[in-house]
Design a protein around this ligand. Structure first.
Ligand SMILES: Nc1ncnc2c1ncn2[C@@H]1O[C@H](COP(=O)(O)OP(=O)(O)OP(=O)(O)O)[C@@H](O)[C@H]1O
Length: 270
């Protein structure tokens, strides 16, 4: 029996996935799979196509070629809401918060929408206090219990990002996608969100995709790294192996080194 015959079916897979904006191919025939219970970091230089690839997986963008499969089902033609209902959840950078509602109300709406998405008729009879209790659980998991009654709009940036994570958790998706979850956070806020992602990973039943620039974050969390460069997948494997590969040194670290050496030269000349 071959290895692939022994391997369980992936939770999410892309096959030849591509998108073109005018003459520019932002994601170019990306074929890969994401297995249950793993955390994959998607890395690459600025403009490599990471966010666009995320948009194609979650349905925010329609591909110009290729397919997306979720648990074996072709979801390529489904829109973002339909994919969310199936279990592909994505934390949005502040765009899915209701600014006038409180922290708890925002999360409660996510809990409610999950019950409706499952066509759970019992949900109709579910008491309001039950929904609130569930919402409060997620709010406290992200460390926002003290801010439950605050309006989302009035939260500092870091707390808004935590609220996004609470909303995502409340949807209880099988796949959790985070696009630079700590971007714009202060140094003391970063560990809270990373700890949350680490805890989600420890549960073992979630498939997590993470676009991240911070190498220390990737090293501490990722089981696997996928590298995009100019829209193409150029490396895919265990973190140590991928980071040591010549193509990554060239495509990703090379770009960073060039910036660093430019900075060093500037300092030397100063
Ligand atoms: N809607 C769009 N229309 C035209 N070009 C786009 C669009 N979205 C992305 N692009 C282009 O596609 C390429 C990939 O962009 P993308 O944002 O996916 O890169 P990224 O790897 O996420 O970059 P960063 O790390 O800077 O966020 C870039 O050249 C970008 O300018």
């Amino acid at each position: 029996m071959t290895d692939s015959a022994l391997r369980p079916a992936p939770v999410l897979a892309s096959t030849g996935l591509s998108i073109q904006f005018g003459g520019h191919v932002a994601v170019n025939e990306v074929t890969t799979r994401f297995d249950a219970g793993t955390l994959t970091a998607i890395v690459g230089p600025n403009g490599a196509g990471k966010t666009t690839y995320f948009n194609l997986l979650s349905g925010q963008l329609r591909s110009t070629a290729g397919q997306v499969h979720f648990k074996g089902e072709d979801v390529t033609r489904l829109n973002a809401a339909q994919r969310t209902a199936k279990g592909i959840g994505r934390a949005f950078q502040l765009t899915n918060l209701f600014p006038k509602l409180t922290v708890l109300e925002n999360v409660r709406l996510a809990v409610q929408s999950r019950h409706r998405a499952g066509f759970n008729m019992l949900a109709v009879w579910r008491s309001r206090s039950d929904l609130i209790e569930q919402a409060a659980h997620y709010v406290s998991q992200v460390g926002l219990a003290a801010r439950s009654g605050d309006q989302a709009a009035k939260l500092p940036h870091g707390d808004k990002r935590k609220l996004e994570v609470a909303i995502l958790m409340a949807l209880e998706p099988e796949i959790l996608m985070f696009d630079e979850p700590t971007a714009g956070m202060s140094v003391d806020e970063v560990p809270v969100v990373l700890d949350l992602i680490a805890r989600l990973k420890k549960q073992g039943d979630k498939t997590i995709l993470l676009v991240e620039h911070k190498m220390d974050v990737i090293h501490s969390l990722a089981d696997r790294i996928v590298v995009l460069h100019n829209g193409r997948l150029v490396a895919d494997g265990a973190p140590a192996e991928v980071m040591a590969s010549a193509i990554v040194q060239e495509a990703y670290l090379g770009a960073r080194r060039t910036r660093e050496s430019r900075r060093e030269r500037a300092v030397a000349h100063a």
